[in-house]
Design a protein around this ligand. Structure first.
Ligand code: NAP
Length: 459
C-alpha cells in the first residue's frame, strides 16, 4: 500500500508511525512538505525557550529513518491562487491513500480598522519570524520602541510576550533564528500590554506557562482591573484556572524596584481600532471595555460604550489560527478547515466523501490541544485509512519513480539532504552553545547542501 502524507508536522509523523505499526509490511509512506525542513509546528511553532518539548522529534526522526519512508521537502501542494509544485490529483493518481496533515497556517483577524498597518502582525507570522520560518524571514518587526501590545490569552500569546520580555542572552542559548536574535539586541520595549477580552478566570493559558513568568524576576507584572479574590471562584473554575489565579496573585504581590520591563494584563477589553502615524506605523490602540456575566462554562461578555486608548508601537494579535485553502480540496471558509466526516475522510461541502483522501490534526479538528493531542487524532485516522477500500489502480512503480525524480530535479529536499542539514545545524549550534542554528531560506539551504555535498565527495 502506497501512502502520501502532505505536511511534515507532528500529526504527519504520528500518522506515519501508526500506519507502519498497524499496516501491512509493504506499506510505504512518502511525505511532502512545503518548507525544506521536517517537523512543522515543533520547528516553527514551539517556543525556542521550550527545548524539552522539541525532544519529541527524536521519535519522528526514527520514523523518518525507516527504509519504507521517503521525504520530499520544498514541495508545495498547490494552494488556492495557484502557487505550488504538486496537485491533489497527482497524489490521488500515484497513491492508494492520501492524508493531509498541513496544520493551520494562517491566522484569525480582529476585523478592526488599521489592523494591517506597519508593525502590526499576527502571532502566527511573529512566531514564524523568531522561529525561522522561511515565509516569515522578511517580517522585520521593529523592536526599537517603548510600548508593545499582545492581544489574546492563549499559550501562543504568552509565548510571544515571553519572547518580547526576554533579554537577548536568554534567547541566545536557544534555537531562535539569527535574525530575531539580532533584533532582540535592539529591543527597547519598556511596557507590554496583554489585552484579554474576558476576565482572569477565563484565560486559556496552561499552568506551566503561567508559572514560568515567576522566573522573570526583573519584570513587574500588573493586573487591571484588580484581580478577583481567590476564595470566590466562579462555578466553572477548575484546577487549571485556580492554579493560574494563584500565580497571578503571587505576581501581583511582587514589587520590583527599577523593573527592566512592565507587563500589564488588561482584562475585559477588546481592541476597537488601531491609530497610525503619518508613516502608517501603529502608534495607539483604542479598546472598548467589556462587562462580564458568569456563564455556565465561562464568562459571557458585553461590550460597553466606555473606551480607553493605550500607546502601542508594536501590535501583535494572538487570537487563534485558521487553515489555508488548497487548490482542488474542499474548504470550509467559516471554520477555516477542510470538511470531513467523523473519521477524518475528506468530504465536499455537502458531506459526500472523496475516496482516498483524509485529513488529520488541526486541519481536521481546529487549532487546539497540545502536540500529543494529535497522536490520538492521527491514530484514529490511520485506522480508517487501513480499513477503507478504494477502487483505484495507483500508477506503476516506474511512473512513480520518474515523478519523484522530476521533483528532486526541481529542487526537492530528500531525506538524505535533511540528514546533512540536520548535522550542519546541530554542529553549528554546538559551537555557539545552543541546540541548533537554524537555516532559514531556500537559498541558504541550497548553499549549505552544495558545500556539504562537495565536502563529502572529496572526503
Ligand atoms: P487559544 O488557546 O484558543 O487562545 C486564543 C485566545 O484568543 C483566547 O484567549 C481567546 O479569548 C482570544 N480571542 C479569540 N478571538 C478574540 C477576539 N476577537 N478578540 C480578543 N481575543 C480573542 O489559541 P492559541 O493561543 O493560538 O493556541 C492554539 C493551541 O496551541 C492551544 O490549544 C494552545 O494551548 C496550544 N499551544 C500550546 C503551547 C504549549 O503547550 N506550550 C504553546 C503554544 C500553543 P476567549 O477565550 O475569550 O475566546
Amino acid at each position: 500500500m502506497r501512502v502520501a502524507i502532505v505536511g511534515a508536522g507532528p500529526t504527519g509523523f504520528f500518522l506515519a508511525a501508526s500506519l507502519f505499526k498497524s499496516g501491512p509490511e509493504n506499506l510505504t509512506v512518502d511525505m511532502f512538505e512545503k518548507t525544506p525542513f521536517p517537523f512543522g509546528l515543533v520547528r516553527f511553532g514551539v517556543a525556542p525557550d521550550h527545548p524539552k518539548i522539541k525532544n519529541v522529534t527524536r521519535g519522528y526522526q526514527k520514523t523518518m529513518d525507516s527504509p519504507r519512508f521517503s521525504f520530499f521537502g520544498n514541495v508545495t501542494l498547490t494552494e488556492d491562487g495557484g502557487q505550488g509544485h504538486i496537485t491533489a490529483d497527482d497524489l490521488l493518481r500515484h497513491y492508494d491513500r492520501v492524508a493531509l496533515t498541513v496544520g493551520c497556517q494562517d491566522d484569525r483577524k480582529l476585523g478592526i480598522p488599521f489592523e494591517d498597518s506597519k508593525n502590526s502582525y499576527s502571532a502566527t507570522r511573529f512566531v514564524g519570524w523568531y522561529n525561522g520560518h522561511p515565509e516569515d524571514r522578511e517580517l522585520n518587526p521593529n523592536l526599537k520602541i517603548k510600548h508593545a501590545t499582545v492581544v489574546g490569552a492563549g499559550n501562543v500569546a504568552i509565548d510571544v510576550f515571553r519572547f518580547l520580555a526576554s533579554p537577548h542572552q536568554r534567547m541566545a542559548m536557544t534555537d531562535a533564528s539569527d535574525h530575531s536574535l539580532e533584533a532582540l539586541k535592539t529591543n527597547t520595549i519598556e511596557e507590554v500590554d496583554v489585552l484579554v477580552r474576558r476576565g482572569a478566570w477565563d484565560v486559556a493559558f496552561t499552568n506551566p506557562e503561567v508559572k514560568e513568568l515567576l522566573d522573570f524576576e526583573d519584570v513587574q507584572f500588573c493586573f487591571y482591573p484588580d484581580l478577583p479574590p481567590l476564595d470566590s471562584p466562579p462555578p466553572y473554575a477548575d484546577r487549571t484556572s485556580t492554579k493560574n489565579m494563584e500565580v497571578f496573585h503571587e505576581l501581583a504581590g511582587r514589587r520590583i524596584e527599577n523593573p527592566r520591563m512592565t507587563v500589564n494584563f488588561r482584562f475585559q477589553v477588546s481592541p476597537k481600532e488601531l491609530r497610525v502615524d503619518s508613516d502608517g506605523q501603529v502608534k495607539e490602540v483604542e479598546v472598548c471595555h467589556n462587562e462580564l456575566e458568569i456563564g455556565e462554562t465561562r464568562s459571557q461578555l458585553r461590550q460597553t460604550d466606555k473606551t480607553s486608548v493605550y500607546p502601542s508601537q508594536l501590535f501583535i494579535r494572538s487570537v487563534g489560527y485558521r487553515g489555508r485553502p488548497l487548490a482542488g480540496i474542499p474548504f470550509h471558509q467559516k471554520w477555516g478547515l477542510i470538511p470531513c466526516d467523523k473519521k477524518g475522510r475528506v468530504t465536499d461541502l455537502e458531506g459526500k466523501v472523496m475516496e482516498g483522501l483524509y485529513v488529520s490534526g488541526w486541519m481536521r479538528r481546529g487549532p487546539s490541544g497540545v502536540i500529543g493531542t494529535n497522536k490520538k487524532d492521527a491514530t484514529e485516522v490511520g485506522e480508517v485509512m487501513l480499513q477503507d477500500q478504494r477502487a483505484h489502480q495507483a500508477t506503476s512503480r516506474r511512473e512513480l519513480e520518474s515523478w519523484h525524480q522530476t521533483l528532486l530535479d526541481g529542487g526537492a529536499i530528500s531525506k538524505q539532504d535533511w540528514g546533512l542539514l540536520d548535522a550542519w545545524e546541530t554542529s553549528e549550534g554546538e559551537q555557539l552553545g545552543k541546540p541548533r542554528r537554524k537555516l532559514v531560506t531556500l537559498l541558504e539551504v541550497q548553499e549549505a547542501l552544495n558545500k556539504l555535498k562537495a565536502t563529502s565527495a572529496t572526503a
